[in-house]
Design a binder for this molecule. Sequence first.
Ligand code: PXG
Ligand code: PLP
Length: 442
Amino acid sequence: MSNRLKVTPNDLSAFWMPFTANRQFKQAPRMFVSAKDMHYTTSDGRKVLDGTAGLWCVNAGHCRPKITEAIQSQAAELDYAPAFQMGHPIVFELANRLVDIAPKGMDHVFFTNSGSESVETALKMAIAYHRVRGEGSRTRLIGRERGYHGVNFGGISVGGIVSNRKMFGTLLGGVDHLPHTHLPEKNAFSKGVPEHGAELANDLERLIALHDASTIAAVIVEPVAGSTGVILPPKGYLQKLREICTKHGILLIFDEVITGFGRLGAPFAADYFGVTPDIMTTAKGVSNGVIPMGAVFVKKEIHDAFMTGPEHMIEFFHGYTYSGNPIACAAALGTLDTYKEEGLLTRGEELAPYWEDALHSLKGEPHVIDIRNIGLIGAIELAPIAGSPTKRAFSAFVKAFERGALIRTTGDIIALSPPLIITKGQINELIDHVRDVLRSID
Ligand code: PXG
Ligand code: PLP
């Protein structure tokens, strides 16, 4: 056992933790000190089954040798190269490898360091694209209620999660929202994509009638909404959005930060649904969550529209100090190698029926009011405790952790998204933990 295992820092106050109930956490900290494949190890030496791939990102499982080795050797060879006006070989190699697995037509990649940065990049690209081609009046952005697009100002403006928006002032102007597609009264306990609700895409026609297409740059949606508690697109919904955007010259952005890299059993949600967006934002699974990285995929026409004007001029005034950081690139290449060798980008397809049955076996357990699934994503929605929303799901989270399973909760919804290497036995184990937890909480 590592000698770090028993160490608990004696002062937890300096670190202001993100998206955490800081005071509650610091009274009873939950600490991971190591991880391997499907498991974490806690500071008190317990093994915890990872039911959430970290935060939806560790798709290949933990501490995979190819990724670790790639990082180690890159760190010793070229640690950093300036991202602007300079290059290094593996960032080009990585872009080519990513384009190879991307949906057809997405021929170019812009690197960022997170999903939030990918979203800002995509929104800026969309507005600037229209401007470089002489349609500078297209500046408006359309998001969706309950959407999550990270935490930067563009992302929270097009996003639709009230608590992520209300504290932060007036946000970006010129933004409107489609309605969300969560219709529990019609679709509860659907297996896979729900039957009802495709017509909600027609609301885009209403927004276009209100604002006029000539003012709208882009529509951004998560093909499957993750953070808000797993909301699936009704059958035919994404196709409809695609048709309306195309008809009106509006760019369609899929935010695939969660759905990208095999989560649905296909490399991207665009492949799964057979709908190709104009821009695709990714992060998380691109580097297995190991080193921060994001990648924005763009269609050739969009990229090429910028490649005009004097050749000595910068074409797109945007980029990050760490765009295409060599060590992040090495991690991503090690990740893609692991995905390829183990067939992980499509493994979810084989496992999905087993996953679906296991999840839906929780129907009828205490508090369960809906179960949703797609690929290797699952959601179990609980009835909230009257007057104390989120409390029931949070106690399920703590109980599960104590029993040996990491689950994720948002509102009163339990979201599951295990690493894509999970075995059937481990699926049973995870679902059994959830079942026992549901039976033990108030
Ligand atoms: N877009 C989508 C669709 C996301 O899911 C982001 C953008 C932002 O990515 P970064 O890397 O900036 O966090 C996300 C991130 C959860 C959870 O438990 C989800 C995310 C992040 C952390 C927790 O639902 N999604
Ligand atoms: N703030 C200051 C003062 C900077 O100099 C920079 C980058 O040079 C940034 C913010 C942006 O940092 P990054 O490129 O890591 O996003």
